[in-house]
Design a protein around this ligand. Structure first.
Ligand SMILES: [Zn+2]
Length: 103
């Protein structure tokens, strides 16, 4: 059993788990409940972790995670609006002034 990924972003961790599941790689998320229940900023050792059960598939899993993260980054990068606000990458429009995201 090998830990392949850890992030403070629980949504990202479960997103990656779904990707590995879809490829038939058995994996578990650990610390998910801990950090969810604490309701406070967790130190790094309680970040949710993604563990791959099948050691033979660890390299494959890491490859999948790398490419998934790349896509995720491209989609989710925060952007700076002309009005000076920093906007979440998931938003196409500035919440402050209504301008569109630059490309
Ligand atoms: Zn703006």
């Amino acid at each position: 059993v090998t830990r392949v990924f850890s992030s403070e972003d629980r949504i990202l961790v479960s997103h990656l788990k779904n990707i590995l599941d879809a490829e038939g790689i058995r994996c578990d998320v650990r610390n998910e409940i801990l950090s969810g229940a604490a309701g406070e900023l967790a130190p790094i050792d309680t970040w949710p972790e993604l563990w791959v059960t099948d050691n033979l598939k660890v390299d494959f899993a890491k490859d999948l995670i790398q490419s998934a993260l790349k896509q995720f980054d491209e989609k989710m990068d925060d952007w700076q609006c002309q009005c000076g606000e920093t906007i979440d990458g998931a938003m196409a429009i500035c919440w402050h002034c209504g301008a569109s995201a630059p490309n």
